[in-house]
Design a protein around this ligand. Sequence first.
Ligand code: ADP
Ligand code: MG
Ligand code: ZN
Length: 482
Amino acid sequence: MLSKYEVVIGLEVHVQLTTDTKIFCGCSTRFGSDPNSQTCPVCLGLPGALPVLNRRAVENAIKTGLATHCTIAPRSIFARKNYFYPDLPKGYQISQFELPVCEHGHLEIETEEGGPKTIGITRAHLEEDAGKLIHGDTPDTTGHSFVDLNRACTPLLEIVSEPDMRSSDEAIAYLKKLHQIVIYLGVCDGNMEQGSFRCDANISVRPWGQKELGTRAELKNINSFRFIKQAIEYEVERQVELIEEGGKVVQETRLFDSATGITRSMRGKEEAHDYRYFPDPDLVPLVISEEWIEKVRKTLPELPAAKLERFVREYGIPRYDAEVLTADRAMAEFYDRCVALHGDGKTCSNWVMGDLQRRLNDEGVSISESPISPEMLVGVLKRIDDNTISGKIAKTVFDEMWSSRKDADTIIEEKGLKQVTDTGAIEAIIDEILAANQGQVEEYRGGKEKVFGFFVGQVMKASRGKANPAAVNELLKNKLKA
Ligand code: ADP
Ligand code: MG
Ligand code: ZN
């Protein structure tokens, strides 16, 4: 049944911008403070208080617009979006309506079937967030609601896509891409649980081949990739079933309930707000000069897609490695520094993606808090390169480094881990092992070559892993010939 219909998805993403202060006043935007401790007459909506636009918020909008190939409007307008809700003290939200700051952009995603696909970005506009309602859930407070206005007036950039996505996977690919970009840019902390990056999904279905879009439902405020996927899939099935039963999808706003995995109607088109948008007379038009845009453009970091290509091209690592390493900006920068210090791209990617990432995951530590710096890691790699230690002992040094934070040379020295390359010393060990295992020596000489591995193991063990493996192989072969 599902296969008779084409799915159409358009997303509206609210990105909370990382400014120290709010978009129209000087209050702090810090998360998790005591309720209403970060408020002032402006964000409380007291009569006569006037908003002043935060320049940083505008810069963050320009950065995001440039990174998503938008046109930056030389002149944009703030508007009042009027509605009543207890978390909105002024009775209107300052937003942008007719003239948004960014327009006509796009992002490229990778589709499941393989191959890139371009998703259009209609517009991105600046606006202020509302406060929060906290509903009492203790015996004393149940039935009461509390208003916290710390979040009121924090800067948001709402990024609206074209209805270009055709599956939940494409929607997730788009969201992850956008999420990665805003974090790379440093314009958003990306924390979905705290609501710094949240999404409304518009979904419709239409019979294959039909030109006009179907009627859409809008799913509000979903705060994890997993829930967005679930919500879209549930909603598509609901709409298809409804149509197949002879019903009609009605345009409405729906809420996704993550506990049950279903969506239910919140309000229909009839009850939809008439926001009575009009230009805010308290704010002058936002004028952005060509020079300002160019100045901001110069501060853009290398974006993930460009970084990925550069890692493949310049460091000769597999695409897969480059994808893993560039997924996170801090990880990519860590790796980049390692290659600069060491020289070999693949050796570094093996260690960063392997031992280091595994250890970080196990300990629940992020790469920016890693006790091992690129300098320290490359210190170990250099001692492998010059044969001071074997690859195996390097793992011991790495573990010791993680807990003691000492550099490789100090650890090798203190623990006596230096590889034995002195052939005399290795020969002495081999002689002992062979003398103690005459039976196996006969077996080997009789043609049972598998026993060779046993001797290597014994010699390595006797040297506590420090004998140079190549030297051990060579010397053993010679001795066993005799
Ligand atoms: P509103 O402001 O009421 O939310 P918009 O026209 O701005 O409406 O559209 C919001 C989002 O809905 C956009 O991301 C757009 O791509 C998407 N959209 C519009 N029509 C459809 C449709 N028929 N099916 C799916 N998505 C749609
Ligand atoms: Mg909408
Ligand atoms: Zn304030």
